[in-house]
Design a protein around this ligand. Sequence first.
Ligand SMILES: [Zn+2]
Length: 467
Amino acid sequence: MTEDHATLIQGGRVVSADGEYDADVLIVGERIAAVGAVTAPDGATTVDATGCLVLPGLIDNHTHLSMPFMGMWSSDDYDTGTRAAAAGGTTCLVDFAIQREPDQLRSALEEWQGRAAGAAHVDYGFHMAITNANESTIDDMEAIVEAGVSSFKLFMAYKGELMTRDDAMAACMERARDLGALTMVHAENGDVVDLLVKRALHAGETSAINHALTRPELVEAEATSRAARLAEFTGAPLFVVHVTCAAAAAEIQAAQQRGVGVSAETCTQYLVNTIDDLRRPGVEGCRYICSPPLRDVSNREPLWDYVRRGILESVSTDHCPFTDEQKARGLDDFSLVPNGLPAIQHRLSKLWDEGVVAGRITPSQLVDRTSTTIARRFGLSDKGAIAPGKDADIVVFDPNAVRPYGLATSFMNVDYDLYEGELASGSVRHTYCRGTMVYDRGTILTEPGHGRFVRRSSPAVTASVAA
Ligand SMILES: [Zn+2]
């Protein structure tokens, strides 16, 4: 495709964060040129979208491709993981580069850039996870922001591996604040989890369900509250990742009502799965081990309501797949199971069925929570909307094309699908990333390397005060 090639998506219904309307969308080169009643220019490719919804490409703000964790690697790399993203209507993801050397962040960013370069099919950015916040690490934060990585993540969990203590956390938050960057936290009280895990193992409680029982809701809520209070104390904007339960979401709302700049996301699996999935026998239960864990079903409607009201402003996936062989390492000791599950391909179809079709959110709210708000919050200024001048990141979604979940239709590099045998009521027909069709009805059309690193500007740092 040349720089100027034009594609006209005709006859679809455009869904934006503000509403829906019938419109054609003209793509010229990598950008959206016009939206409305458009006549196809000479030589343009026309695409019939009659009966389909035309959405801005989804953005997944929370993924772990080729992630080193607990002595293993997550099983999707930037090639397979972004194929699955495109198949699920995701055109941009923000993955986590993780500090691996005590003194600096730049080497981690180079390492992750090296893994993604030439491999990805959709665009990508990075957050930088700080795991050892000494003075030289904090000095390094400015270079990371200058490299287009404008958010930092701290782990309040994973004691002895990734966990940051409160003094270091406060120092990082102050530095991020001064750099115009956003601090993200994984909020669980790692000390208390460590205590509960030791007790459970000592008592011989080793099966998968004990993973969830040793990470109870109040341990997440306590850390969420503590992080929000540190944000209030330091004046640093905060984003809490993967909120799983009503108790933690209530802490977000309370902070927002105090006027603190705290925002938060949840993930698909917390809206559709429950703690009971961990009670499945053998390795099947291990597949559902992620942190924070899946919760009791009593959280489901409250969590959806927090999403609907925008107190949880976005939904990502925390995609971090491990194969059955990797998961089986912890069959006799849940604490050895690598944490994470495969979800990158299923966010749109699950939120469509469980959110829109079930009447919990509108199509516009789905677009807002999975694309527009993420773009605004994380400084992806060319993405997140179908409007002239924006990147032509577009999904043509057929709400009536039933699609089975399962290994036969999964692009994820993992040997099971959590929703095997279930049916999605709609399907992604086409996914465009910067004007190029990446995915066409079951087939990936691009070569690895179509996806590019996206430099992010300073994030939007004001949280809206909750209604
Ligand atoms: Zn994560």
